[in-house]
Write a protein that binds this ligand. Structure first.
Ligand code: NAD
Length: 557
């Protein structure tokens, strides 16, 4: 197919979709895979705003602009197996000589020298066309829609239930702000645990998108109606989810006045970005759009002030008995800067619920069927159940996912797997491709939110045992290990999840195409990647990680 025909068929801005089936457009599956995943990230069924090439997470983009995107597509279509493409903040900038077992694409997004690492400086460079914000999986081409965060959110709510509610969230109310790309997984994750859920978002379009994708049961434009619905559901133990159109601060204030105290309260508004993410209290979406353009400084001040009020109300909910935690959007820091001096009086979700999993090398392992055929994912699900008959949690999740999850774009699956398990699963998938049990290769990747791949002191590395929260040598070592190991594409980003200046993180994707080359790479990468998480937590002094060093023969003299 000629380049112009390919573009006409798959990439006419803003209509993007990934090719499916077994016909190659690029020169090998190693380059067809990143090509399909890039286009899949921008698919209207997947991306939050393909017009702006925004995939999720506020302004997280897959490519810098439509022109740069076309160039990347062209390079991927023509790239040879002894070449690697360099991407700098969403733009192709060069091709280097490499070899078949090295990564085909090296991606660096949004990185700034530490003293310049602020939103202000980033926005200046972005305006000049020099950078883009890659979030975590937007710019590294491994976003799989809301399902990507679904299992993590499900695990988090379930862990919260286990820790604070004797393992039973029925008759419990979970409230949260933000139903965007990531936050949109909350209603389904909550109802999967048996809880009743109320989500509040200023943007009705975002809420409607969740209803359409089957992640949310009901949209409401009235506070009174929404509260009546959730009260009834909570009392009867009905796992109902309601999305209410409104400002989260306003809704929390009304709930406090009406003494409607949630059992669990968290937040997934795009607080990490006080200019292009969070919408200040008291203004319409349209007014916010204009204010952003004409008076960005004023916008930011209003935004941070609103976040201070928002967190103040969360603290009041905590005083009245709600279990409150920060859900990784840097809301506490923004609120602190906006004037709420007690903003850090509740914990983040990682030290609360996730760190023990990180000590086992567990993290958000995910895979995508490049064939586009949902049946291929069902084949992988079945193979995993057979390969891990004693992993009851995994089996329970896969059964729930098959029942509840609607695929967005290329069919995909997420499942938190740990050290040993990831390698075993990867090799299994490679065999399924080799033996023709699935129709086309399987892409294996993960979020940057993982055990060894991120330094983010207000999130993944909050309150590390040895105080090493801000040391970002770790994600760099993870990147190097995965590059040397032969991941198919690797990435290093700044500012994901919590915004500029607050995080540095690495990504990897490895493609199971059924070849010996893929097997070699999978054996190295899917060992090294979770091992780096165990090294990181072992070094920080966690007993569980120390034990895993022994159990997985990772000790060295
Ligand atoms: P998003 O931009 O797609 O959605 C954010 C939503 O918040 C939007 O729908 C927006 O309308 C809404 N919103 C903004 N201000 C509001 C207000 N005042 N009241 C009510 N709603 C408001 O972002 P996303 O992808 O859903 O991510 C949400 C946040 O979570 C981001 O900060 C992201 O960095 C962070 N994040 C968390 C995790 C995690 O694992 N917990 C992972 C990735 C990202």
């Amino acid at each position: 197919m000629k380049f112009s025909e390919f573009i006409e068929k798959y990439a006419t801005h803003p209509q993007y979709h990934a090719p499916t089936g077994i016909e190659l457009h690029a020169k090998s599956w190693q380059t067809e895979a990143p090509l399909r995943m890039l286009l899949n990230n921008l698919d209207t069924r997947v991306a939050e705003n393909p017009d702006e090439l925004v995939v999720y997470g506020g302004t997280g983009q897959a490519a810098r602009n439509p022109k740069a995107l076309l160039q990347i597509i062209k390079c991927l279509l023509e790239l040879e197996e002894d070449q690697s493409l360099l991407i700098q903040s969403g733009k192709a900038v060069g091709i280097v000589r490499s070899h078949p077992e090295s990564p085909r694409v090296y991606i660096a997004n949004s990185n700034l020298v530490p003293a310049w690492a602020t939103w202000d400086h980033f926005e200046k460079l972005k305006k000049e066309g020099l950078m883009m914000y890659g979030q975590m999986t937007a710019g590294s081409w491994i976003y799989i829609g809301s399902q990507g965060i679904l299992q993590g959110t499900f695990e988090t709510f379930a862990a919260c239930g286990a820790k604070y509610f004797k393992g039973d969230l029925r008759h419990k109310l979970i409230v949260s702000g933000g139903l965007g790309g990531m936050g949109g997984a909350q209603p389904l994750a909550a109802t999967m645990t048996g809880a009743t859920f109320l989500g509040v978002d200023v943007d009705a379009e975002r809420i409607l998108k969740r209803v359409e994708s089957g992640y949310l049961d009901h949209i409401s434009y009235s506070y009174t109606e929404a509260i009546a619905l959730i009260n009834k559901a909570k009392n009867t133990g009905n796992a109902l989810s309601v999305g209410l159109v409104g400002d989260i601060g306003d809704v929390l204030e009304l709930m406090l006045n009406d003494q409607v105290i949630p059992d669990v309260l968290t937040d997934q508004t795009s607080a990490h970005d006080p200019l292009c993410g969070y919408v200040p209290n008291g203004i319409t979406l349209e007014a916010a759009r204009i204010l952003r353009e004409v008076a960005p400084e004023k916008y930011k001040q209003l935004s941070m002030k609103s976040m201070a009020r928002h967190v103040g109300l969360m603290l009041e909910m905590k005083n009245r008995g709600a279990t409150v935690f920060d859900y990784g959007n840097n809301l506490r820091e923004m609120a602190f800067q906006g004037g709420e001096k007690n903003a850090y009086d509740f914990n983040g979700f990682i030290p609360e619920f996730i760190r023990p999993l990180f000590c086992d090398g567990k993290g958000p392992f995910r895979w995508v069927a490049l064939s586009g055929d949902p049946e291929d994912i069902l084949v992988t699900d079945k193979a995993l159940v057979e390969a891990f008959p004693n992993n009851h949690q995994m089996i329970a999740w896969l059964q729930k996912a098959e029942k509840f999850v609607e695929f967005q774009g290329l069919p995909a699956r997420i499942c938190w797997l740990g050290m040993g398990e990831r390698e075993k699963a990867g090799l299994l998938f490679n065999e399924l491709v080799k033996n023709g049990k699935v129709k086309a290769p399987i892409v294996i990747g993960r979020d940057h939110l993982d055990c060894g791949s991120v330094a983010s002191p207000n999130r993944e590395t909050e309150k590390m045992l040895d105080g090493s929260d801000a040391i970002s040598d770790w994600p760099l070592l993870n990147l190097m290990a995965n590059t040397g190991g032969g991941a198919t594409w690797v990435s290093f980003h700044h500012g994901g999840g919590v915004g500029m200046g607050y995080s540095q993180h690495a990504g990897m994707v490895v493609v199971a195409d059924g070849t010996q080359r893929a097997e070699n790479c999978i054996r190295r990468v899917l060992h090294n990647d979770p091992a780096s998480g165990i090294f990181r937590h072992n070094d920080a002094g966690y007993e569980k990680a120390k034990q895993n060093m022994k159990d997985f023969d990772l000790e060295f003299k």
